[in-house]
Design a protein around this ligand. Structure first.
Ligand SMILES: [Zn+2]
Ligand SMILES: [Zn+2]
Length: 276
């Protein structure tokens, strides 16, 4: 994924590789009035996600600032603005190559309009309002047991405090299910593989009628239709649920994934979260 920003006197090219939520590499090529640098920054998806929303806000309101920083290390690129639509960029980049340390301090400004395509290309990184954090096409995580879904959802949601609860059949106590999912309407129904009891989870009832749910087959082993399922809740400060994550594990090959996650826009959420 490459993102470009260009004005008469300043250019910046960012190349982002997201392999894992806390281990991403950002390749940077920067030219400020003839002073240039080419280097790498370690970042994590959460930082980068914050940067995207900050720079979008800066572009729209000319208020605040947006910064790319390293969790360890001191490289940075910072954007700010004034009321008349000037964007200011400044920062510090450095690299060691073959034992030689080099660094660049830079400061420049350009018109707000130069940000437009940069910001809109960065926004494409988002899917359904949420930044893609794990490249699912390259990397499959597997778990030995249903309990591993908790750890997976913790990393996937990037919220250490995520509250994860297993889905257990109310009729027979079994913990594997067939899943019917519609990723457009954000609805999921589980069907116990032992006794056949069906349940539409959480608040999905409301949207079930308009949905076109499909029975899911594991995309890795291509044969299994049985999953362990957990739901993860991230919460607002007052304790109500802000975002719901469905975590699933193929009972045949152990592949972990999240077929669905969605935002909760209402309160209270007590009733909704007990419906599992
Ligand atoms: Zn059952
Ligand atoms: Zn599988």
């Amino acid at each position: 994924m490459e993102y470009k920003l260009e004005s008469n006197t300043f250019s910046l090219v960012l190349n982002l590789d997201i392999f894992y939520s806390d281990n991403s590499t950002l390749k940077i090529i920067l030219n400020s009035n003839g002073f240039c640098a080419q280097t790498f920054m370690r970042t994590d998806a959460k930082n980068f996600k914050t940067f995207i929303s900050d720079i979008e806000n800066l572009y729209n309101t000319l208020k605040g600032s947006a910064e790319i920083t390293e969790p360890y290390g001191n490289q940075s690129i910072k954007f700010s603005a004034d009321k008349t639509g000037h964007i200011f960029v400044s920062g510090h980049l450095s690299a060691i190559s073959k034992g030689n340390f080099q660094s660049l301090e830079f400061k420049n400004s350009f018109d707000q309009t130069c940000l437009k395509s940069f910001v809109s290309s960065l926004k494409e990184l988002k899917i359904g309002g949420k930044t893609v954090m794990i490249d699912k096409s390259k990397k499959y995580w597997t778990g030995d047991s249903a309990d591993d879904i908790s750890e997976y959802l913790r990393l996937y949601s990037e919220d250490d405090k995520i509250d994860v609860k297993p889905v257990i059949c109310h009729s027979c106590g079994n913990d594997s299910f067939e899943l019917r999912v519609d990723q457009n309407e954000d609805v999921i129904q589980v069907k116990c593989t032992n006794c056949g009891t069906k349940k539409i989870l959480l608040d999905c009832d409301e949207f079930w009628e308009d949905a076109k749910p499909r029975l899911r087959k594991c995309s890795v082993c291509k044969s299994c239709k049985s999953y362990n399922v957990s739901v993860g809740f991230t919460r607002r400060e007052n304790g109500s649920v802000k975002w719901v994550y469905i975590g699933n594990r193929c009972t045949n090959c152990g592949t972990l994934g999240s077929y669905l996650d969605w935002k909760i826009n209402y309160e209270p959420t007590d009733e909704m979260e007990q419906n599992i």
